[in-house]
Design a protein around this ligand. Structure first.
Ligand code: GLN
Length: 447
């Protein structure tokens, strides 16, 4: 299985989905064989997986797609990755991403953009674009990404695969390089609900090494159409505007399928969602500016040139970080500075509370909420790179879920034809906290 995955990775090299191949994969595969011979039962025996390059794995480079960490070799392994390995999976390689998981297109990687397998002129989405493209191109059946504001779900949608952002705390963040700690969550991508369930049953669960980890044993299984009968589905009205015709049509088709299977479909308004993007960036940028302070070229990051400590640090940060990362550190620091804290960061945390409350009220009437995952299918490379606000707007349907800590799943639900090409469209299902299992029952029921 490993040799086949490596051959597929080589054949798909042009996509630039992987930053590195795991040089120890052969040894890891042999270790799995030895454990099987010794009689161990391994739920993922020999399964090749790709992991995003912000997840640590001992002895591999973990670059976060940044020059700053280009030569950083992990001295330890992330809990989610260790659980995959303990279950018998073999990490084939580390997936490309936007630098430090900041972006929506995988174009801000210091190692070049990843291409969308459905149309090589288009982006795979981001920031887990390499993880999504690897699964869409069939390099591996499953991968791991991370989702701070949509980075598993949006690339899953744009590449036509499933992507789950678990409830905050369900999957340990130990060993995930921090972007915005109160929003970050590791999530799986796959080509079926059953494969997502397989992965979640392995990676979810309490971890004493992550103080925000929840003690909720996973019980995932892909559902059947029976799971849709009587389901109360609420379409979020704020997500109905601004979509392409194809996205609107796919949403309508999904709602028809739900009704056909015996679900009831209603509409629900969450007015605070119109402030979600602003609140998300005013919370994620300050957290990122603080998390990224450690990369000074002294303890962490590539050493800068200079005759004294401060000029060396300045050079390390100027040459190690790309433009988007620098922009966020500056805006984040500004929003936290005294005199602006109340106007920006503190106000954003109040909007965050409002959004969580509105979700809570909506779940009084509905079991699950629905929106498109993205208002449009994959866009062209370069289309949004010169306009950060247009790039941020790509997250309009996903960021509120992270602010509220909820689980959400993007399901590949259809296609939009653009310039004679079929581009995948994803639909997002949002559940109450800790009801992640329900999302996979729904996805299985729709398959
Ligand atoms: N696009 C969002 C951002 O740039 C989400 C990133 C993510 O989920 N890692 O912050």
């Amino acid at each position: 299985a490993l040799q086949d995955a490596l051959a597929r990775a080589e054949a798909a090299r042009g996509l630039n989905a992987l930053i590195s191949i795991n040089e120890h994969a052969g040894e890891h595969a042999e270790a799995v064989q030895a454990r099987l011979k010794a009689g161990e039962a391994l739920p993922l025996a020999g399964l090749p997986v790709v992991i995003k390059d912000n997840l640590n794995l001992t002895g591999t480079r973990t670059t976060c797609a940044s020059r700053m960490l280009e030569h950083y070799v992990s001295p330890y392994t992330a809990t989610a990755v260790q659980r995959l390995i303990s279950a018998g999976a073999v990490v084939v390689g580390k997936a490309n991403m936007d630098e430090f998981a900041m972006g929506s297109s995988t174009e801000s990687s210091a190692f070049g953009p990843t291409l969308n397998p459905w149309d090589l002129a288009r982006v795979p989405g981001g920031t887990s674009g390499g993880s999504a493209a690897a699964v869409a191109a069939g390099i591996t059946a499953v991968s791991l990404g991370s989702d701070t504001g949509g980075s598993v779900r949006q690339p899953a949608a744009l590449c036509g695969v499933y992507g789950l952002k678990p409830t905050y705390g369900r999957v340990s963040r130990y060993g995930l390089v921090a972007h915005a700690s109160s929003l970050d969550q590791i999530g799986p991508l796959a080509r079926s609900a059953a494969d997502l369930a397989l992965l979640m049953n392995v990676i979810a669960g309490h971890d004493p090494r992550d103080a925000t980890s929840l003690d909720a044993p996973p019980a995932f299984a892909a559902g059947t159409p029976d799971d849709l009968r009587g389901l109360r589905v609420g379409v979020i009205t704020e997500s109905l505007d601004g979509n392409t015709a194809g996205v609107s049509a796919v949403l309508a088709g999904t709602l028809d399928a739900l009704r056909g299977a015996g679900a009831t479909v209603g509409e629900v308004s969450l007015p605070a969602l119109k402030h979600a993007i602003a609140a998300y960036y005013l919370i994620s940028m300050p957290e990122a500016s603080s998390n990224l302070a450690r990369y000074d070229g002294m303890v962490y990051g590539a050493r800068g040139a200079g005759d004294d400590v401060s000029s060396s640090m300045i050079h390390a940060r100027e040459s190690g970080f790309g433009r988007e990362v620098q922009r966020r550190i500056m805006i984040g620091t500004y929003a936290l500075s005294s005199g602006y804290y109340d106007a920006y960061y503190s106000k954003a945390t109040r909007v965050r509370r409002l959004i969580a409350d509105e979700f809570g009220a909506a779940f009084g009437d509905y079991d699950v909420l629905v929106t498109p995952t993205s208002p449009f299918p994959a866009f062209r490379r370069g289309e949004k790179t010169s306009d950060p606000l247009a790039m941020y707007a790509a997250d309009v349907d996903t960021v509120a879920v992270n602010l509220a800590g909820l689980p959400a799943l993007s399901v590949p639900a259809g296609f939009e034809e653009v310039d004679g090409r079929r581009l995948p469209v994803g639909i997002q299902f949002i559940a109450p906290a800790l009801h992640d299992e329900l999302l996979l029952r729904i996805a299985g029921g729709l398959e």
